[in-house]
Each structure stands twice: as structure tokens, then as C-alpha cells.
Design a protein around this ligand. Structure first.
Ligand SMILES: C=Cc1c2[nH]c(c1C)Cc1[nH]c(c(CCC(=O)O)c1C)Cc1[nH]c(c(C)c1CCC(=O)O)Cc1[nH]c(c(C)c1C=C)C2
Length: 512
């Protein structure tokens, strides 16, 4: 039966996608969207800024886009990748897609910051591997990896997995940096199976990562259904094969703004500044109390981070994962990027001690060459990402807790200090624009055992008072990427629109 009334909790990308699809696919259902803050869009944070400076006696003016949160989207890899492109098509945003081709410097040139403070290119081809400082570690790790024994443990940390299969050098240098760049967390804390399921599957099915990558891990049925869903996108499904990543004109905020617009056009009741204070059952309905009013609803779709839902419901495992906080500092220098850094995506910094990395920086993005900046003045845009595991000791593996600043402006001086050490050319150049942001508890750290805990949560919803009433979506559960978030919302709405019930956690029902 079609629910009469559905309330979506949380107005970030996931909640907006859920509200939009519900309103579109269930036109006779009243959809309400409750957002605690005064703004829709969540961690997506794109802004346009005017820029003006003088260079060689010339007055330079223009506008630039800065991203304080996620900035690019992968056109492959996760279940949500195809759903994201379909969403962009349905929102008439196909023309705003700015692809980064596979041949673009940002796809090919990715760096690690070495212990001596110099940039080391990550190999992107067989030839570049031969010149890579990681040649020995990668060759030794890669050649011996297929002969290493499988683990009997159900889940382990990313660090333990890489150490076991590829040796300590790869675990310390590459894996720790990769986890900094995605989870802003310590690789010793993050579950391999939840964060990189493809690597877990490669070992389980082929006994080796190398063989898994060479031979693949998907069944013919899985490959066929994946191909069918890409084909449904029409020519775009083919075009995206040539892309490494894509952005959107105006930044990812273009997507959340369009969603917000459509949600309102479709008649969704949007309440801002309205945090939920209590949830309780009233016969077959749920009473949702907020600081302002009370709504009686037949179903809830929660896009809240699990720890925010935890005080409102009696369900297990909602507080099991810690969250990391990240300092994101956008800096704009009045110089052409080529005078500062090599063209490329940016660099990540492996786990390092206070003498090498006193500021606790995780990585730096070369925004001017990482994404399409057509039409912008020739400035050098850099984003310094800092904090994460260096600001927390949970579960105490980082070993060097630094105090998290309380005010974003405190991030500026360490970010500049770091950049001027790596790029001495910036020593005497003042930025023309600085935008520091402190994202408190923005990314969940999926600890080992996360999948098993999601199974318990799924069972608790399916068998208790929340049965047929509550769906969970968003980055707290099945993936932190923008594709994952959109994918989770789409899957739940698909089920509801077909008259099924969905906890949103069905994928974990058979986790063992
Ligand atoms: C606020 C900081 C974020 C950090 N990680 C994420 C955010 C929002 C989430 C994230 N970052 C990446 C992925 C994987 C790709 C995906 O599924 O979308 C996720 C989920 C990869 C990534 N990391 C950085 C960029 C620019 C990208 C996208 C490009 C790519 O996939 O190759 C840079 C970066 N992000 C963080 C740090 C510390 C960092 C350092 C340079 C944390």
C-alpha cells in the first residue's frame, strides 16, 4: 500500500535525493523534509567568489568557485555511480557535467609527499612504475602477493590487510595515505571489508588482490546487469567510460541547489532549522516532534548520521563508529598554477610523525589543475586538508593526538606554513583569498565488524516496532562517497515505490 505520508530526516545530498524521488514517484504521498540547520545541502559546500588583483601591472578580475566539501564524482566503481548520472539527467543537469578525461594530468599525476618533503609521483602506467621510487616495494609486494595465505578473520583493518598481503612498506606509505584521502582516518582503524569491499572480494574469490584485479571478481550475471544499467543512460553511459572523474559547473552545489528547487516544485514541505527532538509510535503512525511542531507520519526515511538518530530510537549499533573532523582550507594565490606545482590532482601524506608533519596535514588538492576551471582567472587554487586522525585518539591508534582548533581561522597559519615548506615559491606570496572551514564529525570511520553490526541493526528494525516504518540512508551505513549517498536513497525509494518495505540495510542481511 502506498504510504499517505513520508517524513525524510536530514536535508543533505542523501535526504534531498530521497525527498525528490519520493515526491516524483509517489505523487499521492505527502512528503515532508526536516532539516536541523538553516541550509539544505549538508557537507556539499560550493561558493562563487569575486577575485581581483594586479599582476605585472595588469588588473585581473573574475570569479572562481571554491569547494569546502566533496568536489568530484567517480563515473564508475560503486553501485551509486550509474544512479548519480541518471539523477543528473533527470534534473536536466547533463549539460553541467564537466568530465576529467582519463588522459587529463589530474587523472595521471597523483603524488605522495615523501619524508624529505618532496613530491613523489604515484605510478600511473608501466613506464612510470619503472621510474617510481615505489618500484621496489610495489614489485616485491606485487610478485609475492598471489602466494600469500588468505586470512581466516572475517574483517580486519585496512592496515592489517595491506601489511599481510603487500608488506609493511606499502601499508605504511600507500595504504595509510589512501585512507587519509578518502576517510580522513587512520588506516589502522578502518574496516577493509566495509571501506574497500572490492579488495576483500578479490582475496575471497581469487585468493589474491593481484589475481582479483586481473581476472575480476564479478559473476557473468552481475556484469550483465551492470552493463544493462549503464546502457539505460544512453550515449552518456558510453561517454563516461573515457572519464576518470567529473565535476559540475559551479561545483557540486549545483546538484544540491537543483534538488532543493525541484523538491519545492514537487510540493515537498521543507522545514529548515527544525531539529527532531523525539520520535514515538502512535497506533500505526509515528509522531515526529521537532523544536517547532509535531508531524504524524506513516513512514520515516532517516538520512541523519547514525549518532544523531541514536538518541531518538531504541536500536542497536548506531553509535558504534567514531566520526572524524576535517579542516578544509581553500587558498587562492595570484600566480599561474604552473609556477607553483606540477599539473595534477594533488598529493596525499602518509601517516607521519610531528617532526615531518607538525601541522597534521592529510593532503593538498591542486584545484586549478584537478578539475575544470575554464573561464576562471589564472590563479593557483589549493585546498589543504588537515586533522582527521591527528585530532582524535579514537580508538587511540593514531598515537599523537593534537588539539582540534575551535575556530576555523586557527587553521590558516598552519596551512600556509605547510604550503610554504613544500612550495618555497609561495614564501613571499600572499593569498588573495582564504576560506577556512572546520567540518566537525563529517566522515564516519567504519571500524572492523561494521558489516556485522549493520546486519544486527537490519534485524532489529525488521523484527521490532520499527518494522515497515523506518529506512536508513546516507554515509553512516554503506559507503561515504556522494555516489553511495545518492545510491542508498535511490534504492530505498525504489523499494517503497514498488510497495515493499526497506530498512535500507538489506545488503547486510546475509553478512557473515
Ligand atoms: C572533506 C574532505 C573529504 C575527504 N574525503 C572525502 C571528503 C568529502 C570523501 C571522499 N574522498 C574521496 C572519496 C572516494 C571517491 C568517491 O567515492 O567519491 C571519498 C568518498 C577521494 C578523494 N579525496 C580527495 C579528493 C579530491 C577525492 C576525489 C577524487 C578521487 O576520487 O580521486 C582529497 C581529500 N579528501 C580528504 C582528504 C584528507 C583529501 C586530501 C587531499 C578527506
Amino acid at each position: 500500500m502506498t504510504p499517505k505520508h513520508i517524513t525524510v530526516l536530514g536535508g543533505g545530498l542523501t535526504g534531498l535525493t530521497a525527498a525528490y524521488r519520493l515526491a516524483e514517484r509517489l505523487p499521492s504521498t505527502q512528503v515532508v523534509l526536516l532539516e536541523a540547520t538553516q541550509r539544505l545541502g549538508g557537507w556539499v559546500d560550493s561558493h562563487r567568489y569575486p577575485i581581483q588583483y594586479t599582476s605585472d601591472g595588469k588588473d585581473i578580475r573574475g570569479e572562481i568557485v571554491l569547494e569546502g566539501g566533496p568536489r568530484s564524482i567517480r563515473p564508475r566503481g560503486s553501485r551509486g555511480a550509474v544512479k548519480m548520472l541518471k539523477l543528473l539527467q533527470d534534473l536536466d543537469l547533463e549539460g553541467s557535467i564537466r568530465p576529467i578525461p582519463n588522459s587529463h594530468p589530474s587523472a595521471r599525476n597523483r603524488f605522495l609527499l615523501g619524508p624529505s618533503g618532496s613530491l613523489q609521483a604515484l605510478p600511473s602506467s608501466a613506464l612510470s612504475l619503472l621510474r617510481s621510487p615505489y618500484l621496489r616495494d610495489l614489485l616485491f609486494g606485487g610478485l609475492t602477493e598471489p602466494f600469500r595465505r588468505r586470512s581466516l578473520v572475517l574483517d580486519e583493518s585496512v592496515d592489517a590487510f595491506f601489511r599481510r598481503r603487500l608488506g609493511p612498506a606499502i601499508a605504511d606509505k600507500l595504504a595509510s595515505a589512501m585512507v587519509h584521502g578518502i576517510y580522513a582516518a587512520d588506516s589502522r582503524d578502518v574496516s577493509l571489508r566495509s571501506a574497500f569491499p572490492i579488495l576483500h572480494e578479490a582475496e575471497r574469490k581469487r585468493g589474491s588482490i593481484v589475481l582479483g584485479m586481473l581476472l575480476g571478481t564479478k559473476s557473468p550475471e552481475e556484469k550483465r546487469s551492470e552493463k544493462e544499467s549503464w546502457d539505460e543512460l544512453g550515449p552518456l553511459g558510453k561517454e563516461r567510460e573515457g572519464w576518470s572523474l567529473y565535476g559540475l559547473q559551479g561545483g557540486l552545489g549545483t546538484l544540491t541547489s537543483r534538488l532543493a528547487e525541484r523538491v519545492r516544485q514537487l510540493g515537498v514541505e521543507v522545514h529548515l532549522g527544525n531539529p527532531v527532538t523525539a520520535l514515538s509510535m502512535k497506533d500505526t503512525n509515528i509522531e515526529v516532534s521537532t523544536s517547532e511542531n509535531t508531524v504524524l507520519t506513516s513512514r520515516l526515511v532517516s538520512a541523519l548520521p547514525p549518532h544523531r538518530l541514536a538518541p531518538l530510537v531504541t536500536l542497536p549499533n548506531l553509535r558504534s563508529n567514531p566520526l572524524t573532523s576535517v579542516g578544509v582550507i581553500n587558498l587562492v594565490f595570484p600566480l599561474p598554477p604552473a609556477q607553483v606545482h606540477p599539473a595534477g590532482f594533488g598529493y596525499l601524506i602518509p601517516r607521519s610523525g610531528p617532526s615531518q608533519n607538525p601541522e597534521g596535514v592529510l593532503g593538498v588538492i591542486f584545484d586549478s589543475t584537478a578539475l575544470d576551471t575554464e573561464g576562471e582567472p589564472p590563479v593557483c587554487k589549493l585546498t589543504v586538508m588537515m586533522g582527521g586522525p591527528y585530532w582524535s585518539s579514537y580508538p587511540s591508534t593514531s598515537g599523537r593526538p593534537m588539539e582540534r582548533p575551535s575556530n576555523p581561522t586557527e587553521l590558516v597559519s598552519p596551512a600556509l606554513q605547510h604550503l610554504r615548506r613544500v612550495f618555497p615559491h609561495l614564501q613571499d606570496v600572499e593569498p588573495v583569498l582564504i576560506r577556512p572551514k572546520l567540518h566537525i564529525e563529517c566522515i564516519p570511520t567504519y571500524l572492523p565488524g561494521h558489516g556485522g553490526r549493520l546486519r544486527e541493526l537490519h534485524e532489529a528494525i525488521s523484527s521490532g516496532p520499527w518494522k515497515h516504518k523506518l529506512s536508513l540512508v546516507g554515509s553512516g551505513y554503506g559507503g561515504i562517497g556522494v555516489n553511495d549517498c545518492v545510491g542508498s536513497a535511490e534504492e530505498v525509494v525504489d523499494a517503497l515505490a514498488q510497495g515493499h518495505s526497506a530498512t535500507g540495510l538489506e545488503r547486510w542481511a546475509d553478512w557473515s
